[in-house]
Design a protein around this ligand. Structure first.
Ligand SMILES: [Zn+2]
Length: 475
């Protein structure tokens, strides 16, 4: 390529090295992107000799030698030759190579390979790996939820500006497959990833200034949820950290669209549950809350909501489970009122089934659809929950976090609990049981009977389900 060809300087190459972030200009010549070679070699501390007049660069990597020649796309690596996407050029006295040089040539001989980001513009030199993130957005009528899934834990600084929220990642090597997620809905104008010498950040632009936002961190899953809402809601200036639970893993399991949710009002008929006050029992309150919840869910989530009972009726645990399993339901929530002998405590908790793993796990791993059906049929009844423990725990973590926020006075140290509950263990779907408050606490007896409080219980569950849904449901 003749000298004097116009070189255009576009966005930068970002190089992460030893906790620091460096930048090299991306040079574009006739629609081909080039990497400044000498500067890159200097970052790598590789000895080289170059001569523009002779038209060659020689690089030493340990005992290996790399030879490049001007205007040639063929590079000599020891005895071998490697073809690059574009010829090596000299423009404005600068040696330029196509970026595939890093992977095809340098990574062939370097003892420690350079990690290349998915866009091809980010390089990680030395030990470590990129924290890759995936961004997914779910739009609703009053709320858009943006899910940022990372591959490793990272500290994120949340900055709120006018009509936007910025999640800043410091100098952590972050890799995003896209710079612009090309996303737009009624509430969100754009989602862009900015990687510059001074900042690594995800910027979410809102449709207008009046929108509210809330950031929630799900530590155990390396997930940040950014909710953008039209209505004023309880907002916090810092991310709410939902306490990590050991043993909660991936969120990819069982993702599909929701069709059906079963809400179980605890107890009923002769099984009255805890006594709250004269002529008022747990079974009465759970039914009221279940009906309120159904009403709100039907108008927000827009899927079938079934109650295990709609009247004061006795039901066995098997009947409750069977109703949900045969629907089949995508989610199961059982509502109870707590009742324990600590008159000072009235916190609400979420319970997840405690199931011992199967001895022969190979029968659980069949992926073929027909075998999957068969295996569901033959999974011992009391072990149906086993496959859904991860998603149940994920739901419980989100729900406990919401309850800590609204029902437990902001006590975020409370975590969900595991219990060997027969009802939950036989359910083949994400399933949790809620113990609301404490029926033996005198003040709570009034509270649980207050329609306002019952509404806030229902709204808390709905908020949690919307978050869980955005994690688990395919768009
Ligand atoms: Zn109960």
């Amino acid at each position: 390529m003749p000298n004097g060809t116009s070189a255009i300087w576009t966005a930068d190459f970002i190089i992460y090295q030893k906790q620091a972030k460096k930048v090299l200009p991306k040079v574009s010549i006739e629609n081909q992107i080039y990497l400044p070679l000498i500067e890159f070699l200097q970052m790598l501390d590789l000895p080289y000799s170059e001569s523009v007049s002779a038209g060659s660069v020689n690089i030493s990597v340990g005992k290996s030698t790399i030879k490049l020649a001007k205007d040639r796309a063929i590079v000599q690596v020891n005895e071998a030759t490697v073809g690059l996407l574009a010829p090596v050029v000299v423009a404005a006295d600068r040696w330029l190579v196509s970026p595939d040089f890093v992977n095809k040539v340098l990574n062939r001989v370097l003892p420690e390979k350079i990690v290349i980001g998915s866009s091809g513009s980010r390089f990680l030199i030395g030990p470590g790996s990129f924290n890759r993130f995936e961004v997914k957005a779910v739009a609703g009528p009053q709320r858009s939820t943006i899910v940022i899934q990372m591959t490793a834990p990272v500290e994120v600084e949340v900055r709120r500006g006018e009509s936007k929220v910025t999640l800043a990642f410091g100098n952590t090597p972050i890799d995003s497959s896209k710079e612009d997620y090309q996303y737009k809905d009624e509430l969100v104008n754009s989602i862009t990833f900015e990687d510059s010498p001074t900042a690594t950040q995800l910027v979410v632009q809102f449709a207008d200034k009046a929108l509210q936002s809330k950031v929630t961190r799900l530590s155990s899953q390396n997930v940040y949820l950014l909710e953008v809402t039209r209505q004023a809601s309880a907002t916090t200036s810092e991310p709410e950290d939902i306490i990590p639970q050991p043993g909660v893993v991936g969120i990819t399991q069982n993702r599909r669209k929701w069709h059906h949710i079963t809400i179980d009002a605890g107890h009923g008929g002769t099984d009255r549950g805890a006594l709250i006050k004269q002529n008022l029992f747990e079974k009465d309150v759970t039914l009221v809350i279940a009906k309120k919840l159904r009403w709100v869910l039907q108008s927000t989530v827009g899927v079938d909501i079934a109650l295990t009972r709609v009247t004061d009726q006795a039901l066995s645990l098997e009947e409750r489970a069977q109703a949900a399993n045969s629907a089949p339901s995508d989610l199961f929530l059982s509502i109870h009122v707590g009742n324990w002998s600590h008159p000072n405590e009235s916190n609400s908790y979420v319970y997840v089934s405690k199931v011992a793993p199967l001895e022969d796990s190979t029968t659980e791993k069949k992926e073929d659809e027909s075998e999957k059906l068969a295996s569901i049929r033959f999974v011992p009844w009391e072990r149906a929950q086993l496959k859904f423990l991860d998603s149940s725990s994920s739901l419980a973590e989100i729900l406990q976090g919401e309850m800590n926020h609204t029902l437990n006075g902001g006590n975020y140290s409370l975590t969900f609990r595991h219990a060997p509950l027969k009802l939950l263990s036989s359910l083949a779907m994400p399933a949790v049981l809620l113990e609301i408050g404490n029926a033996s606490q005198p003040q709570f007896k009034d509270r649980i009977n207050d329609p306002q409080f019952q509404n806030s219980v229902a709204m808390t569950i709905v908020t949690a389900l919307e978050k869980f849904r955005s994690l688990h449901e395919r768009p």
